[in-house]
Design a protein. Sequence first.
Length: 301
Amino acid sequence: MRIAVLSRNPNLYSTKRLVEAGQARGHQVDIIDTMLCYMDITKSRPVVRYEGAELPYYDAVIPRIGASVTFYGTSVVRQFEMMGTFSVNESVAISRSRDKLRSLQLLARKGVGLPRTGFASKSTNTKDLIKTVGGAPLVIKLLEGTQGIGVVLAENDKSAESIIQAFMGLKANILVQEFIEEAGGADIRCFVVGDKVVAAMKRQGAEGEFRSNLHRGGSATLVKLSKEERATAVTAAKVMGLGMCGVDLLQSNSGPVVMEVNSTPGLEGIENATGKDVAGLVFAHIEKNAKPFRTKTRGKG
């Protein structure tokens, strides 16, 4: 098969591993810089152009779309979908997962476990907003934040009120969430491919750090999932419509709760922690599912 990895950086571990894994399984794998693609949308036959020429037909694309280029990146993915190319993650699903508020609303509607979450636009509602999520300590998150950036822990109601009002004064969109203290600064990253959790690791935050992101000095170890944790991760991926994703869970007293569904999960941490060929499993999913115009939305919506 001819498969494209849509990535801006060919030197990233995840990009290199996908190329290696695809070639090892006998596929031709090309790296295409998403932001250097441009589209001919005036003809009845959709076209993606790249470096002065029309791109050939690809059986599948693996989008590695960074959060900062979501709008243009999903437009490129949508163009491939309209050409009949199978996308591991569809454009609509990527957009859905990147909108943190929308994704939480969709998960809540399907009964997926979540931390109590509040959202408001006016600082006049701050006290009641804090009360709604159970009071401090609580977590305040920028909707546009990634890798733990823009996430603040407020230890008491007074500091929570000050932080929320400061963010709102800057016209920033924020979520206010219950702090799951019993998680102990750790979370579980479940790597979902298709309808299965193919690998999982427990990420522990550095000492004195409530965020468990590996980018912030956290450590990762192999973990055995409970039945409920596995089912929660698979359901979350299904609700988002993602063929490949990382689902981040916290272990709370009421069961697993979803913190985030990541449509561009890194491979380095999960492969190193578990010893699994996760990249190879992504290609196994493609081999099983890639057919012309198999994409559910076909570029619509």
